[in-house]
Design a protein around this ligand. Structure first.
Ligand code: ZN
Length: 114
């Protein structure tokens, strides 16, 4: 009756994707942090983090809803979001998918003011 801890049965940490709002194991998501008005992927940085599937649709949904600013409680400009998108695209395997997001980012950057 006095079994203290069973690490073997502890579940994987689960996080909510800021894009699709779906829950997923941490390992399937990337962690986005804000630093000096910019966004970058960093799993170990201290402070708030926004978890995201490294997928164009999740990224675009998060960007559209300004989910990064909300999750990180930081000022996040469209340029910072676009830069994050580019770095995610650069490390993605399915680059074709990202051309769609890139096109959307182009629109967002030119049409978003203030
Ligand atoms: Zn997602």
């Amino acid at each position: 009756m006095s079994t203290p801890r069973r690490p073997a049965t502890s579940p994987e940490p689960v996080r909510t994707c800021v894009g699709c709002r779906g829950k997923a194991p941490q390992v399937e998501l990337v962690r986005v942090v804000a630093a000096d008005g910019r966004l970058r992927v960093d799993r170990r940085a201290p402070g708030r983090g926004a978890w995201l599937h490294a997928r164009p649709d999740c990224f675009a949904a998060a960007a559209r809803r300004r989910a990064f600013a909300h999750a990180l409680r930081a000022e996040v400009g469209a340029g910072a979001v676009a830069d994050l998108g580019r770095s995610l695209a650069a490390s993605a395997e399915n680059l074709a998918d990202w051309t769609v997001a890139e096109r959307w980012l182009g629109d967002a950057c030119t049409s978003t003011k203030g």
